[in-house]
Design a protein around this ligand. Structure first.
Ligand SMILES: *[C@@H]1O[C@H](CO)[C@@H](O)[C@H](O)[C@H]1NC(C)=O
Ligand SMILES: *[C@@H]1O[C@H](CO)[C@@H](O)[C@H](O)[C@H]1NC(C)=O
Ligand SMILES: *[C@@H]1O[C@H](CO)[C@@H](O)[C@H](O)[C@H]1NC(C)=O
Length: 335
């Protein structure tokens, strides 16, 4: 296989780098060295033709990171597992390619008037939030947002902190407008769990990160949903109330190129949109707070524990940042 690859690529190699030379970045030896350390750290291997392309992408990403960090932003950027990919590649592998039915979700959550505590972090209130997981190269973020929300809701309602099966949602929740690795919505996944009568555990239905046939076994279901609370479109204050009074809340927002490079601090963007048709990634709000006058959400992501702040990020709160209040919901568990 490896012996054949250079031959297959020979034609492309001949045309590729040469015709691109006009736009190619000139890479310093310092940058070359950094690319190789990054490759070793992330156990990356490329064919000789791909190497040149990946190095170019890496260097372009790295320069953006350094330029960003030299300015006075509320968040910092760093290299991570995505640093050899263009945003177009990332979108195709990790994010929703098509708009989901966010705005079709009718709100049934009735909000009170507050006031709410200034700081909430469910990770610190008890054993209520499971470890950060990794979705891999599959647009299944919505399944991790769903399991994360239900795992926490059950633990908070007095049950055990379980680890639930994302793969069941990838494989089996299609009748509820979910599309496996092509996307879906937590609210629609909660509906599936409600009507399907349960979800199995990670141990009995392990995660594969690709579409497969449904292997749900009703007798092995360990978690159940009694009802679904949908938060009204763009009612970010209702999200605050739900996180303050009840449990973590699933939400979606629009990921843009700069977000992929996030490392710490409060993420804020002027380039993302606020409309429900643009959201492309689902996550879980596990708390909120405020720092130096900037309110933020504490959010659990599904890109593994080495991305961001141990798998988490902070995002500015109170401005419907990147459409984060477009489609929020949480399950009411049966315990
Ligand atoms: C950087 O931003 C902070 C908060 O927005 C501000 O207080 C500080 O003065 C800024 N520093 C510079 C050098 O602009
Ligand atoms: C949105 O909802 C409509 C009507 O139920 C459905 O036909 C369509 O497939 C849904 N779109 C997505 C992306 O799920
Ligand atoms: C909540 O949202 C889901 C999916 O978007 C929808 O099927 C369900 O009817 C909504 N529930 C209520 C009570 O509006």
């Amino acid at each position: 296989m490896w012996a054949v690859l250079p031959l297959l690529c020979a034609g492309a190699w001949f045309l590729g780098p040469r015709t691109c030379d006009a736009t190619a970045l000139s890479v310093s030896s310092y940058e070359k060295f950094h690319f190789q350390s990054w490759m070793a750290q992330h156990q990356k291997k490329y064919s000789s033709e791909e190497y040149h392309q990946r190095q170019q992408t890496f260097v372009s990403n790295w320069r953006k990171i350094n330029a960003h960090n030299a300015r006075n932003h509320t968040f910092k950027m760093a290299l991570n597992q995505f640093s050899d990919m263009t945003f177009a590649e990332i979108k195709q592998k990790y994010l929703w390619s098509e708009p989901q039915n966010c705005s079709a979700t009718k709100g049934n959550y009735l909000r009170g008037t507050g006031p709410y505590p200034p700081f909430v972090d469910w990770r610190k209130k008890g054993h209520f939030v499971s470890p950060v997981k990794n979705q891999g190269a599959c647009g299944s973020c919505w399944t991790f947002s769903t399991t994360g929300a239900l795992e926490s809701a059950i633990a908070i309602a007095g049950g055990k902190l379980l680890s639930l099966a994302e793969q069941q949602l990838v494989d089996c929740a299609k009748d509820f407008n979910n599309h496996g690795c092509q996307g879906g919505l937590p609210s629609q996944a909660f509906e599936y769990i409600l009507y399907n009568k349960g979800i199995m555990g990670e141990d009995t239905y392990p995660y594969k990160g690709q579409d497969d046939v449904c292997k749900f076994q009703p007798k092995k279901a360990i978690a159940f949903v009694k009802d679904v609370a949908n938060i009204t479109l763009n009612d970010e204050e209702a999200m605050v109330e739900a996180v303050a009074l009840y449990n973590p809340v699933s939400f979606a927002f629009e990921v843009t190129d700069d977000f992929m490079k996030y490392s710490k601090g409060i993420y804020s963007s002027t380039s993302c949109h606020k409309t429900p048709d643009k959201v492309n990634h689902a996550v879980l709000a596990v708390g909120y707070g405020e720092e130096k006058g900037i309110p933020y959400w504490i959010v659990k992501n599904s890109w593994g524990p080495y991305w961001g702040m141990d798998g988490y990020f902070l995002i500015e709160r109170g401005k419907n940042m990147c459409g984060l209040a477009a489609c929020a919901s949480y399950p009411i568990p049966l315990v």
